[in-house]
Design a protein around this ligand. Structure first.
Ligand SMILES: C[S@@+](CC[C@H](N)C(=O)[O-])C[C@H]1O[C@@H](n2cnc3c(N)ncnc32)[C@H](O)[C@@H]1O
Length: 385
């Protein structure tokens, strides 16, 4: 982004962002085509860094990829996880949450340009806390609304990726003042250019639950549910699996053995914000056919590329930081990329209030936790009878 600002002749990144914002705020979907004379786009096309039988890794700014390198209406699925507007900066160059939308605009424009009419755009994006208070930034919701209202995308369905292995952070709000709960869910926005992108949930069925298996074996008596839903006898038909909910339960503890070992052995940074391969796998299976083109403009360690290659899709990944690409090469050298061995153990999640109120019931702090007081638990006195 800094480089794009310099190339476009701006003294600072914020001037560039202001310019982008001002020059694009009146855009409607019909005016989204980038004008060739625009000084902003495509000046630096990323260079091909590596190629496989089905895919290409590009090194450079994906603005060039989205506005120049890729053909208009050529992509079936953009599957990506952009840098998040985190308050606590990570080492991969997050943008300030406030400036996030402005930063994202030219990418949105390019994404719309390259997507086919029946294609999908899937964005995995984490939430962020506002600095200094236990309140949340709205940036990822603002992004969603901007993409739909200003860039003409349709929200096909929001998904939520629950990571059961997430640590309870921010510790100050969750562990010390105890006024918020663990933030363990990422939003995944599934968007498209028309309300009818190609898709099939038959590709991503989940195993039946034990109760459903019993029902399939023992049969089902059609009846009206308390909710008013009339459950017909078709409910008892074995469809090979159940339609999953839009909650993806998946711990981000994938060892990625070869990738990590390769990075360590070659003194390369292990990418700090990889998504587990099942996230792209789920959407690639559901939204594309074999030989369709999948693109990840914020490629990182090229998980999307590896999954797409193994599922026989064509693919393109683009990444700004060459060190991440050096590590990503381990995914494609030697043996054909393979999806990690399946661990299909389900996760347990308790219904709310499962301790039946047996926890601490002392009065709530009137100041909502503003004062940092560490509560000392009351000594229980045992009366012997
Ligand atoms: C959240 S990470 C993606 C991680 C990736 N999904 C994975 O599993 O390895 C976002 C990546 O976008 C890259 N990035 C940021 N701005 C970019 C740009 N303009 N062009 C290409 N890559 C960019 C960052 O360097 C970072 O590696």
């Amino acid at each position: 982004m800094q480089r794009s600002a310099e190339i476009a002749g701006f003294d600072s990144l914020s001037d560039y962002l202001r310019h982008l914002h001002a020059s694009q705020s009146s855009l409607t979907p019909s005016t989204l085509r980038v004008r060739e004379e625009s000084p902003l786009y495509g000046l630096v096309e990323p260079s091909v860094y590596a190629e496989t039988e089905r895919g290409k890794v590009f090194h450079g700014d994906s603005l060039g990829l989205l506005h120049e390198t890729l053909k208009e209406s050529s992509v079936d699925l953009i599957m990506t996880s952009p840098p998040f507007g985190l308050v606590r900066k990570k080492s991969y160059g997050n943008e300030d949450a406030d400036k996030y939308i402005e930063w994202f605009r030219p990418f949105a424009q390019g994404m719309r340009r390259v997507l086919k009419e029946k294609g999908s755009l899937v964005i995995d994006i984490g939430g962020a806390w506002k600095p200094g208070t236990p309140t949340r930034s709205l940036y990822h919701f603002e992004l969603l609304i901007t993409l739909c209202r200003e860039y003409g995308f349709h929200l096909c369905q929001e998904h939520y990726w629950w990571n059961p292995a997430k640590l309870p952070t921010p510790a100050e709000w969750v562990n010390v003042r105890r006024v918020r709960v663990k933030d363990a869910v990422n939003c995944i926005w599934w968007l498209s250019k028309t309300p009818w992108p190609k898709a099939s949930n038959r590709r991503i069925l989940s195993p039946y639950s034990d109760s459903m298996k019993a029902l399939l074996t023992n049969g089902y008596t059609p009846k009206l549910r308390p909710s008013g839903h009339d459950i017909s006898d078709k409910f008892g038909k074995d469809n090979g699996g159940s339609v999953p909910p839009n909650l993806l339960a998946l711990a981000n503890t994938e060892s990625n053995g070869t990738y990590q070992e390769y990075c360590r052995a070659n003194n390369l940074p292990v990418h700090p914000a990889r998504f587990p391969s099942r996230i792209p796998e789920y959407f690639i299976r559901m939204l594309t056919d074999e030989r369709d083109l999948v693109v990840d403009p914020f490629g990182g360690s090229c998980v999307t590329g590896e999954v797409a290659e193994s599922l026989n899709r064509k693919w393109v990944c683009c990444e700004l930081d060459e060190d991440y690409l050096k590590g990503a090469m381990s995914r494609f050298v030697g043996v054909k990329p393979r999806l990690p061995k399946a661990d299909n153990a389900p996760y347990q999640v308790f219904p709310p209030c499962s301790l039946n109120g047996a926890a601490d019931n002392s009065p709530l702090a009137e100041d909502g936790g503003f004062q940092r007081t560490v509560k000392v638990p009351k000594q229980r006195t045992l009366r012997l009878v």
